[in-house]
Design a protein around this ligand. Structure first.
Ligand SMILES: C[S@@+](CC[C@H](N)C(=O)[O-])C[C@H]1O[C@@H](n2cnc3c(N)ncnc32)[C@H](O)[C@@H]1O
Length: 238
């Protein structure tokens, strides 16, 4: 499946992290190459042709770098014939709690400001402004249930009509797969130097019911390819 193209896309998306040091560069390469969601978002043409993005819990902003790299290759005529046109990033604002991630993300994408703006902030408190696409990838389970609901309500209000939220969550009803996912999350968080977190999950049907109650139309698709995880991508349209 377009292996040489994917290698060029990975190189282009991870290159901006190179000057910032070994960890950020290899982290971006590892994440972007091993996690199917980045490829699938492009291959399935999930996003509109041009959009203002808001990425909540953006980490070191690898998603922003991936979108910019994709569009860059497309504009050079280097794009798989059977993939839809990648989105043009009119603007991408990212919010992240952790200063070190912010530092790596901002350093990598400094030359893209003001198109890309990465800021430190707690998404339980930050003002979301307006966006056509909101992404919350593997973040909501770090946030308690009341704040999850408040964030999703504010995301709905922040979206322009026809806008979409793309999020990935763990399905707490997925048995063993869910427990592997939960264990890996705790271990990764611990290794990254944080205390063992309390994680706040819901069953997939509960996530869908919550989003529908908040006014979204919801589509779900499994998004754990190649891993023993119970991850599901939700596309919620306003
Ligand atoms: C598993 S990482 C995913 C990072 C990024 N979304 C990605 O896909 O590469 C989860 C991120 O959510 C961030 N996060 C957790 N709670 C947050 C909050 N209340 N406000 C902002 N960021 C938060 C964490 O610091 C961490 O960087």
């Amino acid at each position: 499946m377009n292996e040489s193209f994917l290698a060029r896309l990975l190189d282009a998306a991870s290159r901006p992290y190179r000057a910032g040091g070994h960890f950020g560069y290899h982290f971006s390469r590892g994440k972007l190459s091993s996690d199917c969601i980045f490829r699938e978002l492009l291959r399935q043409g999930v996003f509109p042709k041009a959009a203002r993005f808001l990425d909540l819990g953006c980490g070191q902003a690898v998603f922003a770098s991936w979108l910019l790299a994709a569009r860059g290759l497309y504009d050079q005529g280097d794009w798989p014939a059977d993939w839809p046109e990648p989105p043009r990033v009119i603007e991408l604002r990212g919010f992240e709690l952790m200063a070190k991630d912010i530092g790596r993300g901002r350093a990598a994408l400094a030359d893209r400001e003001p198109q890309v703006i990465i800021r430190q902030g707690d998404i339980c408190k930050t003002d979301f402004g307006q966006a056509d696409v909101v992404t919350i990838l593997d973040v909501l389970h770090y946030i308690d249930h009341a704040n999850q609901e408040d964030i999703l309500r504010r995301v709905h209000a922040a979206l322009t009509p026809g806008g979409m939220l793309v999020t990935r969550v763990g399905d707490a009803d997925a048995g063993l797969y869910f427990h592997v996912c939960d264990w890996v999350d705790r271990a990764v968080t611990f290794v990254r130097g944080h205390r063992l977190p309390t994680l706040y999950y819901r069953r997939l049907d509960e996530w869908v019911a919550l989003l529908v109650r908040l006014g979204f139309q919801v589509e779900t698709m499994p998004m754990s390819e190649g891993k023993p995880f119970a991850n599901v991508m939700l596309i919620a349209r306003r």
